[in-house]
Design a binder for this molecule. Structure first.
Ligand code: NAD
Ligand code: MLT
Length: 308
């Protein structure tokens, strides 16, 4: 059987696949190139770079599984795949610690102006008063989405002695209590929190979950974070709230359009950004590569996918 790996994948995952199948690594393919090649393959392994569109699925006459080395399957037309009987599996656990640590790193960097101060000193400036920061201890963090990553963020923020509020329609009071999170509505979080971080999937219900209405309710100087998916926070509303001074800082790892080169968000000194690095650690990439390789082996040898 043949496996196409169309985004970069750690060697640990490739080795597992190669023990069982013929593996072609071919990254950076255009949609047309993928459409032309995909018919020859039984499995396709991707990260976020490859767009598995309806056209790709239609041409995928031998495909049994699309394996996503990571969480989000928003780059796969899951409906088209499901209609064709192609399994879409992801690797949701391997990068959750990395994504949570990145979120905490962004929160601390934003609070202490570390990226701005670093850039300033490297341009041979010594401006200590310009980069006065704030402590997070005793501040309230609102966590929207208390799944794998949101929960890990909550645990770490609890260690930083922050007060925790959270919104997740699918989490029990018991689980929230275990995490030390006071459950609340999105608007209550908007009113009370000093920091708000989003950790939901990007779906109809979560798109623009923080919008003009919520920014209007927020405390002046509130800091917001998005290390989940671009579009969960309405970017245009965030720009308006930054311009009005309502938002004191934003930390963004993800954008509606990536790379976000045309985005006005890049023009604000109090917005810190990273290029979708949440899962970019050695550990996470090895974990997700191994997890997805095992899924592909299981499905192509007649077994089940754990995370389909
Ligand atoms: P998860 O499925 O474990 O958790 C998501 C949570 O969102 C669930 O608890 C779910 O109940 C909750 N949710 C669903 N609908 C909601 C709604 N309307 N309002 C509030 N909460 C809602 O997912 P996860 O692994 O924690 O991932 C969270 C997000 O982080 C995803 O968007 C994922 O793609 C993204 N992610 C980004 C990076 C990165 O590199 N920046 C890395 C990993 C994951
Ligand atoms: C994910 O969904 O797993 C993350 O966004 C990281 C990635 O795209 O690899």
């Amino acid at each position: 059987m043949k496996v196409l790996v169309s985004d970069s994948l750690s060697n640990e995952g490739l080795e597992i696949l190669k023990e069982h199948f013929t593996v072609d690594v071919n990254t950076g393919l255009s949609e047309d190139e993928l459409v032309e090649k995909i018919g020859a393959y039984d499995a396709l392994v991707i990260r976020s770079g490859t767009q598995v569109t309806q056209r790709v699925i239609e041409a995928a006459d031998n495909l049994k599984i699309v394996g996503r080395a990571g969480v989000g399957v928003d780059n796969v037309d899951v409906d088209a795949a499901t209609k064709k009987g192609i399994i879409v599996a992801n690797a949701p656990e391997g990068n959750m610690i990395s994504a949570a640590e990145h979120t905490i790193g962004m929160m601390m960097s934003m609070s202490r102006n570390i990226p701005q101060a670093n850039a300033s000193l490297k341009s041979r400036e010594w401006k200590r008063s310009k980069f006065m920061g704030v402590e997070v201890k005793g501040k309230t963090l609102g966590v929207i989405g208390l799944g794998r990553i949101g929960s890990e963020v909550a645990k770490r923020a609890s260690g930083l002695e922050m007060n925790l509020m959270g919104y997740d329609p699918f989490i029990s009071e018991k689980r929230a209590m275990e995490l030390g999170v006071k459950l609340a509505t999105v608007n209550e979080i908007a009113k009370e929190a000093d920091y708000i971080t989003v950790h939901t999937p990007l779906i109809k219900e979560t798109r623009n979950i923080l919008d003009d209405e919520q920014f209007d309710l927020m405390k002046p100087g509130v800091r917001v974070l998005n290390c989940a998916r671009g579009g969960i926070i309405n970017e245009a509303a965030l720009v308006r709230a930054l311009e009005s001074g309502k938002v004191g800082g934003a930390a963004l790892d993800v954008f509606v359009e990536e790379p976000p080169f045309g985005s006005p968000l890049l023009n604000f000194d109090n917005v810190i950004v990273t290029p979708h690095l949440g899962a970019s650690t050695q550990e996470a990439q090895v974990n997700v590569a191994i997890d997805i390789a095992k899924e592909v082996v299981s499905v192509l040898t007649g077994g089940l996918a754990k995370n389909a």
